[in-house]
Design a protein around this ligand. Sequence first.
Ligand SMILES: Cc1ncc(COP(=O)(O)O)c(C=O)c1O
Length: 913
Amino acid sequence: MDLKDFFSAAEARSDRWCEMNSVGRSWEAAVAQGQPGDKYHQQAAQLLGDITPIESYWAYPGPRLMATVRETMDEANAGVFARLVQKIANALLTGSYRHDTSAWDPLQESEARPLDVLPPDVQTGETHKPYFEVLVVTPNDPATWERARNDLKRLRRPEDIFHYEIVQVGSFEDGVIGTIFNHNVQAVVIYDGFQFRSHHELPMMRDFLARNLNVDPAAIETGTLATTLARLVKNYRPELDIYLLTDQAVEKLAGSEQVAPIRRVFYNVEEIMEIHLSVLDGVNERYDTPFFSNLKRYAQRPIGTFHALPVARGKSIFRSNWIRDMGQFYGMNLFLAESSATTGGLDSLLEPTGNIKKAHEQAARAFGAKRAYFGINGTSTSNKIVVQAVCKPGDIVVVDRNCHKSHHYGLVLSGAQPYYVEAYPLTEYSMYGGVPLRTIKKALLDCKGEGKLDRVKVIDLTNCTFDGHMYNPKRVMEECLAIKPDLIFLWDEAWFGFARFNPLHRRRTAMGAAAALTSRYRDPAYRDEYKAFAAKTGKLDAKNSKLLDMHLLPDPDKVRIRVYQTNSIHKSMSALRQGSIILVWDEDFHQVEGPFEEAFFTHTSTSPNQQIIASIELARRQMELEGYELTMKATELALKIRREVNNHPLISKYFHIATPAEMIPAEFRASGIKDYGPPQSNWKEAIEAWNQDEFALDPTRLTLICGSAGFDGTQFKNLLADRFDIQINKTSRNSILIQTNINNTRSDGALLIKVLAELAREIEQRLAQGGREEQEAFAAQVKSLMTDVPDLPNFSRFHDVFREKARSASNEGNMRPAFFMAYDDENCEFIKLASKEIDERLKKGPELVSANFVIPYPPGFPIMVPGQVITADTITFMRKLDVKEIHGYHAAHGLKLLKPAVLAKRKGKNHDV
Ligand SMILES: Cc1ncc(COP(=O)(O)O)c(C=O)c1O
């Protein structure tokens, strides 16, 4: 199996059915024309043989249809075979099996209607109950399975709000595979007493279980196979509900750690009705959206409003002479669901006590956090809330200089002092990666050496970066906590919210790491590991440079897990723009709760938008119920696009998608993985790389190099938008960033590839027809974009008057006074970028000190911050910059600087904030 099959067994499977469908039709046609059909018969038999074991993990087509297909194959009945296979392939492609009973019956013709893909207000006809599957792992003889399925089916009632089907498997291995492959599964019912081994031949899967899920059949204690399976399923898909039926002493078992991942334990089989109801209830808990449901109820009530917000209930619009089109365009519900009230069943985001409080708790559960808070003003604001909550003036924050500007502004507002650390540069693409762990450790040890480690409160990093560099948060936090055990981590995972729902990505999330570290430090085995480490290393001496290259371990008696994660729900899930979330796993949250509330009040509007709140909650529902399927598909689509672009003989002459090897220097890629998928790696190797490497590349973020086709990033972005209606977001000098998300389809992938092929063809023609002149101009343009790239300037330093001790190894500075000094025009001067004066001052002084943030887009990081001394590197970079959008810089005025005389007056006041 290759990586593709792993990520989307469902699509690989429907592809095979489609292939069998086409073979079936050829077979039928050959027979109809009196030609020999043996070749097709054999091909079909081969495909059916390949598909059969996979089908045992899905409810549809199920044993009855599969047996009929096999019979028609054995009887060489090409016509019926072709009809049946077509029916199944269609049902799988359209999803009609979820609600069309005829799709399950070999004798009935079924209408292949696409699943509800049209917008709901356009779609006519009845609405269907949501469908899911329940995986039953049972020791019973397969001959009894059909009866058991029918017994459960008899319990269905018309008032059930969901519809489910059963898939039965007979072993531990099959239970795991069913969980991995079948995204329709929402609940797993485990009957104790089954075998470990599957009767299917599964060498790759066995290897996966052993190496990636750490399953060693010999090490599983007798009697714990069922609970081990439950633990494994929960680790892999935490959203699933697990039920255990056992004849062990359930009263004793129920209180044990072993059954913690299990939702309910039943004594043996007589509880079938309870199981049925529990399954529905478990799914309903995830489906439940208390705020949204209430909002819908509210919208239906006749309410008179005598408060602000004239659009509430729509009356100012629907009766208007001039803005009726606003009502027409947005529809009635938007306005009926608007209110500035927090009564009448609507809760207050600022002081939640009702359905928003419940929604927060549900989100914490879904995202694996201890607490969750909705943000309605984007992660820009969520970051500022966390920064203000966890640090105060004078605290030091070790922060990636390349982080989003909300962090820099948060630091200005809070008065905390940034200690800027540099991400590794990818100069050839004019972008940065992540901050190496060694750099972060050095920053901490420098502070320790200077006796100010107690002031270092927070490590603030972006995971993953815009361009897809994923940290190894577990490793980063572990080693930093070894140096200071109560550090707080703020992981800006604006782009990475979806990652929780994908078992591969989850290990690289902050909350995933917080959970893993919490259980690691509670484990007695860790104490032994730490003892051996401490005995060997002794006290951590800040001057010992060997510590930078050692794996440091924190003291389990001192370590505190204090992690904050922010996600833009709107960036990778189905929330409206600005929907964001703050996730908290902080063992000392009681110390932060008050400041957190203050920070939340500081930054949150007192008129939060109801629709944004509801959409965050709905996005949570979606991810808990179909996040696994959607994120696996998005990953698979990315892998497909990567493979197609880089292997296409024509496209790859001009365009290329940067591989993990190109985006992550070898020193951070211990696994040596170069690319995803054959021939470079299979999925086992990819997972291993993600487990151990310092950085890994999120495959769903595709850096498409367009400089080699003669386009700079901005130009290419505009071309895609203007000519092909393709929108992308980020660009660099010679690349654009393409993202696959939960909304992207295979047709989107095809569109992109077609466009690249078309453009490549045009370039070929232009070069062929334009002669030498054209070819030379093209080569020069490519060279300029791909080779003559400016070096990325590092953070220089804060001016001495913004430092407490000018000559120290750590570089933190007091940015806030510099920022506010610039409010007074008299403190500032402007010098044109191209002027000689700049060069002279660089040579002879006085130093040029930036009065504000200067942030060019792209690349989007501040090349100057308030109070920073400007060096020649930065000026060279700015002069070479050919982007139009530079926040904080107006070419007509020049660079905004703090006057030397004003700085001189500040001498000795560097403690002032
Ligand atoms: C790393 C990072 N953090 C935070 C943000 C801000 O998020 P939002 O757009 O939700 O305010 C962005 C936006 O692009 C970002 O790239």
